[in-house]
Design a protein around this ligand. Sequence first.
Ligand SMILES: C[S@@+](CC[C@H](N)C(=O)[O-])C[C@H]1O[C@@H](n2cnc3c(N)ncnc32)[C@H](O)[C@@H]1O
Length: 224
Amino acid sequence: MDPIDDRPEKMKEFFDLRADSYDDHMAEYVSNYEGFYRAVAEPIPKTNKKIKLLNLGCGTGLELEYIFAKAPNALVTGIDLSQEMLDLLLDKYKNKAEQIEAIKGSYLDLDFKKEEYDYIVSVMSLHHFLPEVKLELYNKIWAALKPGGKYIEGDYVVTEDKEAEMLADYKEQLQENKVLNEDLFHLDIPFSIETQQGLFEKAGFTDFELIFEGDEAGVYFIKK
Ligand SMILES: C[S@@+](CC[C@H](N)C(=O)[O-])C[C@H]1O[C@@H](n2cnc3c(N)ncnc32)[C@H](O)[C@@H]1O
């Protein structure tokens, strides 16, 4: 077999192919789906203000349902690799078309405006990246938040043993060239709560809080 066929799927193609069934999949497989997504919006107080929010890996906009319920006039910039996911988001929120800017691209590569956002939100998207990649992104997030701005991250969490196992598998695939450093592949490397909190400390996020802890996912809230 051609070794290329053996590679994990590329991130963009993975989500493009599954966009149509994505919402149903999440509703079925994310344990305590309602509790998790409600927790993502929890730090946002009810407001009619045009708060500025950057949504990294916005997908089809699952978290936006809960965010718009709190802040119906929020101005949202959503970044995602997958046009198919973005198209579904834009269709879902067509009554808010003027409030949404959908950008197709990688949040790892794109520049963010400095001190622009009241909130930056990333949900179920960062568990594909190594600690050093996340740290670099955290620096960009920090610079893009207004003073007093908030960062909310919701993602899968695993035990420390499971994390070590998944990271070792990821690194093996890197070594075997199944995963290439210069490309984004769909591989899961979620962190334990301990590792994630250590990473926030390393990023200089002094004020962070775990505001939701489910069986398989957590939500963190960080104030600038
Ligand atoms: C599991 S989905 C989560 C979507 C949405 N946030 C939610 O909770 O339903 C992960 C999303 O992150 C996007 N993604 C992954 N890596 C990305 C990157 N580097 N830049 C932009 N989007 C990315 C994928 O295309 C996908 O739509």
